[in-house]
Structures are given as structure tokens and as C-alpha cells.
Design a protein around this ligand. Structure first.
Ligand SMILES: [Zn+2]
Length: 112
């Protein structure tokens, strides 16, 4: 069940959960390497576990696609992202606990 967020909050969450690539706005485009769809930040689903105990993550807007932000790249423009996207990211997934969402949003807003 996607979480409903205000647009400002959603941009903060996109930035927080997808640290590999920049989100300048909710209209930034991403290309999903799993399903081949191109979409914008506004369309990304933010999902968490039940009863606030799960982890928060970003989900591809394609209904049958279970990819997350790690599988998304900038839409092809000049080819420079091809080499970049094949790089293995050494750090852990950017999961956070939903229970901390309110606190996280306060912290992000304070810095914004
Ligand atoms: Zn996808």
C-alpha cells in the first residue's frame, strides 16, 4: 500500500532513499532497467511494511515490476550513464524504518 506524501515530503524521501542519483525535482525522469519504463519522481511509489514495522522503499510505478531505485538510471541522453550504471554499488540498500518516518521528515525539513 503506497504511502501518501505531500509533494515536498516526497522529494525529500526520494533524495533520502535514492542516494546514487540526484533528484532535482519530482519531474526528474528515471529509466527502469527491469521493465524498460521511463517515469518521473511523482509516479514513484513509496511503500512500507504493515503496522509501521516494515522498511520504507521506493518502488517502480509499473504494476508488475518489483525493482527499486537501485535499478533506475537516468534516461539515455549522451550515453555517459551506461558505464556509470553498470558499476556495483558497495553500500547497503537505503532502507529506513517507517516508524521513524515522522522524525526523519522533521530532520529533513530542518535541513532543507
Ligand atoms: Zn520497472
Amino acid at each position: 500500500m503506497p504511502i501518501r506524501l505531500g509533494s515536498g515530503d516526497k522529494l525529500l524521501i526520494l533524495r533520502r532513499l535514492d542516494r546514487d542519483r540526484k533528484w532535482e525535482s519530482l519531474d526528474d525522469k528515471r529509466y527502469c532497467r527491469c521493465c524498460g519504463a521511463t517515469f518521473i519522481g511523482r509516479q514513484v511509489d513509496v511503500v512500507g511494511g504493515t503496522r509501521g514495522s516494515g522498511r520504507l522503499r521506493l518502488l517502480c510505478p509499473t504494476e508488475s515490476c518489483a525493482s527499486t531505485s537501485k535499478d533506475w538510471v537516468y534516461p539515455a541522453r549522451n550515453g555517459s550513464d551506461a558505464a556509470h550504471s553498470s558499476r556495483i554499488h558497495p553500500h547497503a540498500p537505503h532502507d529506513i524504518h517507517v516508524v521513524g518516518l515522522a522524525r526523519l521528515l522533521r530532520a529533513l525539513r530542518a535541513r532543507a
